[in-house]
Design a protein around this ligand. Structure first.
Ligand code: NAD
Length: 376
């Protein structure tokens, strides 16, 4: 891989380095053999995947659980060989401080709880991996960063795609100039949300599909361009007949936004809780295009591209790429655990630190403002 110094500083600013852009598999175990111990806070769907990833990672292990459901915690404790004394409730989790088997926590709770549990983890002296979206407000995101700094612990936000092979390959193609001058990006990600999901409640979710899945499109437009947005324009709609979206605490149902980047690239993105939208992006440049479907999924990512290059024979001038990523669940979660554990063991800063989450919170705030939606 060849990166110019300018490329490298752009990628580093985006939390993506040459190490991650290499095609090598997950980071190797530390020579010391030390494994970072994690307490998982909130035992829902994403926590299950993270536990699989941590368990499969050579430098990480699950050593404690924090849950409001003792039975569920006992089931996972049996699965991962965790002592009963290392199961905590939300009320007792501050006792993690005294548990030397726990180096870090994984915060896998509804969005509005991320700030409280990140700050409590930091105060207990533990490094923190916090799921996206980092928080439900810019103020909370800033408080989380400050708490981790003051406790001298690391904070990583769960941006899976920063550690994912196909997304990194798309970035590399663009940085290598394969598409020429990038001009336009389209992206979408959404799903038809179940009626009783906490995601539909403004107090718990802090926002709708933009906070939950639209954030993938927002973040992708930033890592694909290597630029920070200059301006946003957004529209949102809710079906007034749909009981999921027509009460005072409801979140937005549909949201579309456009982003203008300093170089002149424009991106148009859509997200929804009312319709299934397979996550994808398309990038159009002066020499060609690329597309990734299932771009934000746990597996099945598919990159296609077509672009013109200099070649003597006309038949060699058009390049066609068609790459289906064979990596399976929990590969992406292993990558995240490997990376954070390595940062903890070696003193490195994570590729997706709190500051990266804060930037997205600032942009989400601007998008909501443009759409006329008031954040908490
Ligand atoms: P989930 O509903 O499956 O799990 C949430 C967990 O929080 C449950 O164990 C639940 O018992 C617990 N909880 C504690 N207090 C709660 C309360 N007051 N209301 C509801 N649940 C409560 O949710 P999830 O899909 O695992 O999402 C958790 C977080 O992970 C969210 O912030 C979400 O955005 C994020 N997430 C990230 C990814 C990713 O790929 N990075 C994927 C899905 C979810």
């Amino acid at each position: 891989m060849h990166l110019t110094r300018r490329d490298f500083s752009k990628l580093t600013a985006m939390g993506i380095t040459a190490e991650l852009l290499s095609s090598k598999p997950a980071f190797p175990a530390q020579p010391s053999g030390k494994k970072v111990g994690y307490a998982i806070i909130g035992l829902g769907r994403i926590a299950d995947l993270h536990m699989q990833g941590i368990h499969a990672s050579p430098n990480s292990k699950v050593t404690a659980l924090v849950s409001g459901h003792r039975e569920k915690a006992e089931k996972y404790a049996a699965q991962y060989g965790i002592a009963a004394s290392s199961i905590y409730s939300y009320e007792t989790m501050d006792k993690l401080r005294a548990n030397s088997a726990v180096d870090a926590t994984y915060v896998c709770l509804p969005n509005s709880m991320h700030a409280e549990y990140t700050i409590r983890s930091a105060k207990a002296g533990k490094h923190v991996f916090c799921e996206k979206p980092m928080s439900t407000s810019v103020t909370d995101a800033e408080a989380m960063i400050a708490a981790c700094k003051s406790a001298n612990v690391k904070l990583m936000i769960g941006y899976r795609c920063h550690y994912e092979t196909t997304n990194l390959a798309a970035i590399k193609l663009i940085r290598d100039g394969a598409l020429g001058k990038v001009r336009s990006i389209q992206s979408a990600f959404g799903f038809n949300a179940g009626a009783n999901e906490w995601r539909l409640s403004m107090p718990l979710a802090g926002g709708g599909p933009l906070m939950d899945v639209g954030i993938y499109c927002l973040n992708a437009t930033r890592y694909l361009t290597g630029e920070e947005p200059a301006a946003f324009s957004a529209y949102s709609t809710n079906d007034p007949q749909d009981p999921r979206f027509n009460h005072p605490n409801s979140v937005e149902e549909d949201l579309v936004w456009t982003t203008k980047f300093p170089s002149g690239i424009v991106a148009s993105c859509s997200t929804s809780y009312g319709a299934n939208m397979q996550g994808y992006y398309r990038v159009y440049g002066s020499k060609g295009w690329l597309q990734v479907t299932e771009a934000f999924s746990y597996q099945g990512l598919h990159l296609t591209a077509e672009y013109e290059r200099d070649a003597e024979k006309e038949a060699d001038r058009t390049v066609h790429l068609d790459q289906l990523n064979p990596e399976k669940i929990p590969h992406q979660f292993v990558n995240e655990a490997d990376h954070f554990s390595r940062c903890i063991l070696t003193g490195q800063t994570p590729q997706s630190p709190g500051e990266e989450g804060l930037r997205d919170m600032q942009y989400i705030q601007q998008i909501y403002k443009s759409a006329g939606i008031k954040m908490a």
